[in-house]
Design a protein around this ligand. Structure first.
Ligand code: ATP
Ligand code: MG
Length: 347
């Protein structure tokens, strides 16, 4: 035992262990005793890799280092002692020739913070994926319901019963698609980027809302026609504005007024980026306002204050606006709810 040669490492804050050419422990410093919850005396002469349930791959790398007399660094090492939490480590392995010692290894515990950060990152990624899934399902569910419903109506009007075979095919296939949706096999649509006139978007939304709520909803327009086109995905923007306007119409139970208003905005910061020029689109309604209980969460998926609502409309709208590097905000009180969509106009 050449413990004496390593006594200088006793004061080191970094865990250090010296192994002989059979990977047996010759020396373990106090920081190492603490890190691995081992006493030097009890492990002296024992195989280091064998102390860990998952030590074998590391042992192989150590043997290789010995054979090549070449050190290595492992930034992402996990070692687990039986009945202990896994240790997440950073290590530096150096071949030495000090008495019987052949390898010197220093270990640093990767800060717990770092681990938490990685986990949080994974979780965020996971959340993002799930959101994507929900948005997609939401997008497909609506037309699918329409297809199925229309086929049913058509079937009732058919005077030749043999034609029912076809409507049944439509209905059954729509049902099958609905089931498939849950398993999500369809890839996300790629954006189609091109010049978009915001007033065309507004007009399209107006037409759709008036068709959906033919009685009782009035739509006022206040457009700044000097606004230039923006670059973006027209369909996504229509969907975003439609989701907001449809919520307004639904909140007013189909009776009330919606105003679509556009303005130029200069020198604004959107999503942490400063823009010289942006456009502001307001969708204002004179309905009851957003229920206080959900006001702070309405952009989150599955938050709904509406009977039969899935709570995805605004999540989707926000996602689409963010794709355009814009922001969507809301101000609401009984009698006046204003959704404001800001979109950058400069590159
Ligand atoms: N203009 C508005 N006035 C009052 N409440 C609103 C308004 N817009 C949204 N809300 C509230 O915010 C909730 C969330 O809206 P969101 O569009 O995300 O989901 P949803 O309309 O419930 O369901 P989905 O759009 O997925 O069919 C609504 O259920 C409603 O309670
Ligand atoms: Mg909605």
């Amino acid at each position: 035992m050449s413990t004496v040669s390593f006594s200088g490492l006793d004061l080191l804050a970094t865990a250090a262990v010296a192994l002989d050419d059979g990977l047996r422990i010759i020396y373990l410093n106090p920081a190492g005793e603490t890190l691995f919850a081992l006493s030097r005396r009890s492990v002296s002469g024992q195989s280091f890799p064998e102390l860990f349930a998952d030590g074998q791959p590391f042992g192989e790398k150590l043997s290789q280092a010995l054979a090549d007399t070449r050190g290595f660094v492992d930034q992402d090492l996990i070692l687990t002692r039986a009945a202990h939490e896994p240790l997440h480590l950073n290590c530096v392995v150096t071949p030495v020739e000090v008495g019987a010692a052949a390898l010197l290894i220093e270990f640093r515990h990767i800060e717990q913070q770092l681990r938490i950060e990685r986990e949080t990152q994974r979780l965020t990624q996971h959340e993002a994926n799930r959101e994507l899934i929900r948005n997609l399902v939401h997008e497909i569910k609506n037309p699918l319901g329409g297809i199925r419903g229309s086929a049913q109506l058509l079937e009732r009007e058919l005077d030749r019963p043999d034609l029912r075979e076809y409507t049944q095919v439509i209905i059954k296939e729509a049902d099958r698609l609905q089931v498939l949706m849950d398993r999500l096999l369809t890839p996300h649509r790629r954006p189609h980027i091109g010049p978009v006139n915001i007033h065309e978007v507004c007009e399209r939304v107006r037409t759709l809302i008036l068709a959906e709520f033919p009685e009782g909803i009035r739509i006022k327009r206040d457009y700044d026609t000097s606004l230039p086109d923006l670059r973006g995905d027209r369909e996504q923007l229509i969907q975003a504005v439609l989701n907001v306007a449809r919520n307004a119409a639904q909140a007013m139970s189909g009776h009330g007024e919606i105003e679509l208003r556009t303005r130029v905005a200069r020198q604004v910061t959107l999503a942490k980026t400063r823009h010289k020029l942006a456009l502001e689109l307001q969708v204002v309604d004179n309905g009851p306002g957003i229920p206080a209980a959900i006001h702070d969460r309405i952009f989150y998926p599955l938050v709904s204050g509406r009977e039969g609502g899935t709570g995805l409309g605004l999540t989707l709208a926000q996602t689409f606006v963010q794709h355009h590097h814009g922001v969507i905000e809301v101000e609401s009180q009984p009698g006046r709810t204003c959704f404001r969509i800001m979109l950058p106009l400069d590159e």
